[in-house]
Ligand binder design. Structure first.
Ligand code: SAM
Length: 205
């Protein structure tokens, strides 16, 4: 089964050593073992976990490369990590290079993340509280499937150090989310211009 991850990673030019593949195998086993009891993820099939959780989380590695973002020694937080996505795959990939914090408010998920850390022999900090209640600041905040972009942005920005970066992983739905805030206008001699209008309280204008 881990051949699939190795193959897909390679096709996307993401190098995964034998040790990293072994850690992903342990992660898969842990998810399958504890999913029912801890209600971790609605994705239950092995293949889907590999593609939609592992590979999708690793896409951040390519983003950081493309944007020239060096994670060495950085404090990285995953806000609303759930069963550890995308934070734990990043830790498996970067290992000691990053100082990872997993932010999750549901206790059961936090217990799973602590157990997982021991099984993977990887050190990260689980902050089992709401992100809004965290005072600590980070260089990089990542988040996937945690809520509406503006909400995540509002909460996530407060977690950043001066000069920090927040990365929100989104699919096509981002256009849908922006639609109520968008006004399109046509101008002679220009392509269609879209304006995004947002009131201070986050409402559309
Ligand atoms: C839909 S799950 C996504 C989990 C994971 N990021 C993923 O992509 O599989 C969203 C998770 O974010 C957590 N969450 C949402 N808002 C949060 C907040 N303000 N602070 C901490 N955790 C939050 C929820 O408890 C839930 O586990």
């Amino acid at each position: 089964m881990m051949d699939l991850l190795e193959k897909l990673a390679k096709e996307n030019s993401i190098e995964l050593s034998k040790d990293k593949i072994e850690k992903f195998e342990i992660y898969l086993y842990m998810l399958l073992k504890w999913n029912k009891a801890y209600n971790l993820t609605s994705i239950r099939k092995k293949e889907e976990i590999i593609v939609k959780h592992f590979l999708d989380s690793l896409t951040l590695v390519k983003l950081f490369e493309a944007k020239g973002i060096d994670l060495s020694g950085k404090k990285v937080a995953d806000f609303g990590t759930g069963a550890g996505f995308p934070g734990v795959p990043l830790k498996i990939y970067y290992q000691d290079k990053i100082d990872l914090y997993l932010i999750e408010s549901i206790t059961k998920k936090c217990i799973f993340l602590e157990m997982l850390s021991k099984e993977l022999k990887l050190k990260y900090t689980v902050l089992c509280k709401r992100a809004e209640d965290i005072q600590e600041k980070f260089d990089i905040v990542v988040s996937r499937a945690t809520g509406k972009t503006f909400e995540v942005l509002k909460i996530g920005k407060n977690l950043l150090k001066e000069g920090g970066i927040i990365v929100i992983m989104k699919g096509k739905e981002v256009e849908e989310e922006l639609r109520p805030f968008t006004t399109s206008m046509s101008f002679k001699g220009l392509p269609e211009r879209k304006f995004i209008l947002i009131q201070k309280d986050g409402k559309a204008q």
